[in-house]
Design a protein around this ligand. Structure first.
Ligand SMILES: Cc1cc2nc3c(=O)[nH]c(=O)nc-3n(C[C@H](O)[C@H](O)[C@H](O)COP(=O)(O)OP(=O)(O)OC[C@H]3O[C@@H](n4cnc5c(N)ncnc54)[C@H](O)[C@@H]3O)c2cc1C
Length: 387
């Protein structure tokens, strides 16, 4: 494993520092060697290892940001960011977690006790949940969604298609954002409905991507669910979706920061060892200055992310569109930059599958697309400046 150069965010409690240390230890023990990572991912074809995931559940770590009533340890977004950053940096194949945490946020805010017991309790115990907003004709313009849920026979009947749904093939349920009333404006008449993945009329089909098996098309054909599977209030799904944006963006930002840090660490370890012209390539100014720039960006990004997480913990109701979008934008662009510059600094070896760098490149390229593209984040940020 490469040297860990990541600093810890300022202002952590002793308990949180111990959590960082325990996570680094776990990652080194379970996924510290290329052989372990290859085995855990079945030769880098699968990005979620359920056995490893359940070990994390047993340690109580999947419930780090879930209320104690539902089997979690009652932490907040700072704790969640620590977990996401460290597990991304440690290359743990737990692709189902980030999206489960996004779903958890929605249930924390709007779930009934029975729903929280099922979904939040399930996540803390190692179950995966997915969320489906995007459709073929509703990507950045997600309010244009048309997947329909019609009230019938004491429940809802769903018809339509969702696309790009992360972890739907691993999940117990998909939280479907769908149209329950088509008569109003585009942000009215939207609801959130949790559909068990073993429901009749639901089909999950994998989409091939450069990242491997991660996303899915989901088709609904007369798929019936009882009314108690609605999350929150019928026709108020848009407002409920907006309420989750701080948390969603922080989850993606902290994951990207961990990936950025790992690409940096791996490149640094390599350029200290690799010699050309009789000296380590890292001693050439062209590479040293690159390292200095990336290290500075990493530190600044970490400060931003944990500051936003702290603000969310202080007041979970407060909307932070500017800060949360900045964190997502900054961290995901930095992850791409660290991986691409890391590859350049490693020369041909950065391109070889023997090293992780080419996988870091593939993994980070998509981060500026999902969870609201970075163009959309820039739109949101500039709007907060009155543009
Ligand atoms: C790996 C992966 C995982 C995903 N996981 C999920 C998931 O779990 N659940 C889910 O619901 N969705 C998921 N998505 C979907 C993701 O959120 C969308 O891909 C994303 O919102 C962009 O939508 P689109 O792909 O349709 O692109 P489009 O919206 O068609 O955008 C195309 C281009 O136009 C730009 N653009 C669009 N509108 C504007 C504008 N107003 N101003 C400036 N530029 C604009 C975009 O930034 C982009 O560059 C995932 C996507 C990927 C690739």
């Amino acid at each position: 494993m490469s040297e860990i150069t990541a600093s810890t965010p300022p202002g952590l409690t002793d308990e949180q520092r111990d959590f960082v240390a325990a996570l680094r230890d776990f990652c080194a023990r379970e996924a510290g060697t290329p052989e372990q990572r290859e085995r855990l991912t079945k030769g880098y074809t699968e990005f979620h290892n359920q056995e490893l995931y359940e070990k994390l559940a047993e340690l109580g770590w999947l419930g780090v940001a879930i209320d104690e009533r539902w089997g979690g340890s009652g932490g907040g977004m700072v704790d969640a960011c620590i977990f996401l950053e460290e597990t991304a940096r440690g290359l743990l194949p737990i692709a189902g977690y980030g999206v489960s945490l996004i779903v958890a946020g929605a249930y924390e805010r709007f779930g009934t006790d029975a729903q929280k017991e099922e979904i939040l309790g399930g996540i803390a115990r190692g179950r995966v949940e997915a969320i489906a907003m995007s459709e073929p004709e509703a990507g950045s313009d997600v309010g244009n969604l048309s997947c329909r849920a019609e009230a019938r026979d004491g429940g809802f009947v769903l018809n339509g298609q969702k696309t790009w749904i992360s972890a739907a093939h691993l999940a117990d349920h998909i939280l479907v954002v769908c149209r329950t009333d088509p008569s109003g404006g585009k942000h009215d008449g939207i609801s959130m409905i949790s559909v068990p993945t073993d429901s009749d009329g639901l089909e999950v089909r994998g989409i091939q991507t450069m990242g491997g098996r991660e996303v899915n098309d989901v088709f609904f054909t007369d798929c019936f669910v009882p009314a108690d599977r609605v999350l929150g209030r019928v026709n108020e799904g848009w407002m409920q979706l907006m309420a989750g944006l701080n948390v969603e963006r922080l989850i993606l930002a902290a994951t990207a920061l961990g990936a950025a840090q790992r690409a940096f660490d791996d490149a640094l370890a390599f350029i200290k060892e690799r010699k050309q012209f009789g000296r380590p390539v890292g001693s050439f100014q062209a590479l040293k200055h690159r390292v200095a720039d990336l290290a500075t960006e990493l530190e600044a990004t970490r400060l931003l992310i944990y500051e936003v997480a702290r603000k969310v913990d202080e007041d979970p109701q407060r909307m932070l569109p500017r800060e949360a979008s900045m964190a997502k934008l900054k961290a995901t662009e930095l992850a791409k930059r660290c991986a691409l510059e890391g590859m350049q600094m490693m020369g041909g070896y950065g391109y070889a599958s023997e090293y992780d760098m080419e996988r870091h490149v593939r993994n980070t390229l998509v981060m500026s697309i999902y969870g609201g593209t970075n163009e959309i984040q820039r739109e949101i940020i500039s709007r907060t400046y009155g543009l």
